[in-house]
Design a protein around this ligand. Structure first.
Ligand code: ZN
Length: 339
């Protein structure tokens, strides 16, 4: 697709260790030749952390694995951005694709806690919730920054990164514990985002973040996952303006995307992030092009399937293991190939 923006990017889940070579090949032989210049790699806790090995997630990548990804991106002029979830999405349900802990699909079965909350269950904002697809971190526990900033530093170093995507989407559990209850959700969220931003800035790295918590659900009309119904949105006025906001919308809207205009009014640069459904993606892109006031840096297409699954399907025509992988592959072709 011919797009008027500089950034043509994709979110890939960090490959299973056995899939690293397939994903390197996919980047080298498909994404790079088709103009992809940015990859946000959803690594979560799936790295062999040296300083906090207790936080290692499922099937963690080694330094050598990461360096293969760094090398292929460097060779092709692709900006490789590690992506962690630094607020919500600290758990997953077991009925998910094969790249470790991913989004669950809402069935109430026992969940899998990701690295941080498995090692430190006390940092869970709602530890007595029996099973949940998106546990979140308590933002007032002082241990949180001590551990997470170490993890951030290690990832920035191994990825040789000048930016990090910190997730922070779909946070429904916030302001619930006795200490967090003392503050408004806007203050909790704004202070947290600012603290992580300042830490990244001190390391020379720019922050990317999902935009949904800055959008008021009632005012924008977006549904509750794509926007905030729990009072976090006023934080948009307190966080630093050099944050690159990734505005994700996957559902059909009545053709209007007020977030595109809100981020301009508030003085932020942004990326648009659609997903797999063709009609919804095309509608979002059309609106963004028509309403771009020079504040849209580009597109960051989301995928959410295993990157190895996507790579094998697109390189070798293998059937996708996850039910959405082949539809996602069609969207990748639509964005990166079709005129
Ligand atoms: Zn708390």
């Amino acid at each position: 697709m011919k797009l008027p923006w500089k950034t043509k990017g994709i979110v890939l889940t960090a490959p299973l260790t056995e899939e690293v070579d397939n994903v390197v090949k996919f980047i080298d032989e498909y994404l790079a030749p088709n103009g992809c210049n940015t990859i946000a790699l959803q690594i979560r806790y799936r790295y062999q952390f040296k300083k906090h090995p207790e936080c290692m997630g499922y099937d963690p990548l080694s330094e050598a694995d990461v360096k293969k990804l760094v090398a292929v991106c460097k060779k092709n002029g692709i900006r490789l951005i590690p992506k962690m979830n630094l607020h919500g999405h600290q758990s997953g349900l077991p009925n998910t694709p094969t790249d470790g802990i991913l989004h669950g699909h809402h069935e109430k079965i026992n969940d899998i806690r990701d690295g941080l909350l498995r090692a430190y269950p006390d940092l869970d904002e709602q530890p007595d919730e029996p099973a949940y697809y998106s546990r979140s971190i308590c933002l007032t526990n002082p241990l949180v920054k001590i551990i997470l900033f170490d993890l951030i530093d290690e990832l920035l170093e191994v990825f040789e990164a000048d930016a990090m995507h910190i997730g922070c989407d779909e946070v429904l559990n916030i302001g619930l514990c006795p200490e967090c209850k003392k503050y408004s959700n806007a203050k909790l969220f704004g202070d947290w985002v600012t603290a992580v931003h300042d830490h990244l800035a001190s390391r020379g790295a720019r922050m990317l973040i999902w935009g949904d918590r800055f959008l008021n659900s009632a005012k924008t009309g977006y549904q509750e996952y794509e926007s905030s119904a729990n009072g976090t949105d006023p934080a948009i006025d307190t966080v630093p303006k050099d944050i690159l906001i990734c505005d994700w919308h996957y559902e059909k809207t009545p053709t209007v995307y007020p977030s595109v205009d809100i981020y301009h009014e508030k003085g932020f640069e942004m990326l648009i992030s659609p997903w797999r459904v063709r009609a919804n993606t095309d509608q979002f892109i059309k609106y963004a092009i028509e309403h771009d006031k020079g504040h849209i840096a580009g597109i960051l297409l989301t995928t959410w399937c295993g990157s190895g699954d996507l790579a094998r399907h697109m390189l070798y025509g293998e059937s996708g293991k996850w039910l959405h992988t082949e539809e996602i592959a069609r969207m990748v072709r639509h964005i990166f190939e079709e005129e």
